[in-house]
Structures are given as structure tokens and as C-alpha cells.
Write a protein that binds this ligand. Structure first.
Ligand SMILES: [Zn+2]
Length: 142
């Protein structure tokens, strides 16, 4: 469990919350990252959803993730429209969670030049001010 922050250097757009994702987004407000786990085939699934994309079972549960992972790949964004343009340069990345799924996200709290493939990261949450917090990731020492 981590603290939900309000000091984001990036825009923090509110997600569309629906009945299938309400539990996931509620947990983000408590600084907890959940992943869907299929009770039939055992796969961990991202993004949160009630139907397993591997075996089509609806026997899925949300479980606590460690919040740790590694940078699978990334790009440094140097030009962007609107309010995102004010935040450049920033890092858009896929983080591979310890549980397996890859999450599109941002790497924050560092120079964009410090990010590398394989870098260990941990989740940080930023309050949207609208009943949910966005999970992003920061570098940690290996
Ligand atoms: Zn499954």
C-alpha cells in the first residue's frame, strides 16, 4: 500500500469507471494495485475485466498485486498536444508486473534519460480528484 499523491507533473485524467472496474478504481484510492486473476486457467490479466481473455471464463477475481515490475519497453515523448505538451519530456512505457501482465503507463519521478529496458520499478498513485487514482511507476534500486 502506497500513499496517493497529488503532486503529479503529468496530467491526471479521471478514468471512466463502470461496474466491472469499480472495485479496481476504489482500491487505487487506497494506494492498492489490483490485477484480475482467472480462477480457471490461473493467468493474471491486465486490464481489469470480468472475462478471462485466455480461456473466456467469467470465474475471475481481483487480487492484490505487489506493485513491482520492470520496464518492458518505453518511449520518451518530447512533443504532445494540449496539457500533455506542458509536461514534456515524459516517459510512456509498458511495465511488466511481477504477476506477468504488461501495463501501459508512465515512468515518473526521474530524468527521462534514466529509464532503461529492464529497470526495476514500483507503482505510485496520483489522485484524479474524481474518485480514482492513476497508477504510474517510478524507478527503484535493483
Ligand atoms: Zn482463464
Amino acid at each position: 500500500m502506497t500513499t496517493v499523491r497529488t503532486d503529479s507533473a503529468l496530467p491526471v485524467p479521471a478514468p471512466d469507471v463502470n461496474p466491472d472496474t469499480a472495485e479496481f478504481w476504489a482500491a487505487t484510492q487506497e494506494g492498492r494495485l489490483l490485477v484480475t486473476r482467472c480462477s480457471q486457467c490461473g493467468e493474471a490479466v491486465w486490464y481489469p475485466r470480468p472475462i478471462c481473455p485466455f480461456c473466456h471464463s467469467t470465474d475471475t477475481v481481483l487480487e492484490q498485486a505487489s506493485g513491482r515490475g520492470t520496464v518492458y519497453t518505453f518511449s520518451i515523448v518530447r512533443r504532445a498536444p494540449g496539457e500533455w505538451g506542458q509536461a514534456t519530456p515524459y516517459v510512456l512505457a509498458y511495465v511488466e508486473l511481477e504477476e506477468g501482465p504488461r501495463v501501459m503507463t508512465n515512468i515518473v519521478d526521474c530524468s527521462v534519460e534514466d529509464v532503461y529496458i529492464g529497470a526495476p520499478v514500483e507503482v505510485v498513485f496520483f489522485d484524479t480528484g474524481e474518485g480514482a487514482a492513476l497508477p504510474r511507476f517510478r524507478l527503484v534500486d535493483a
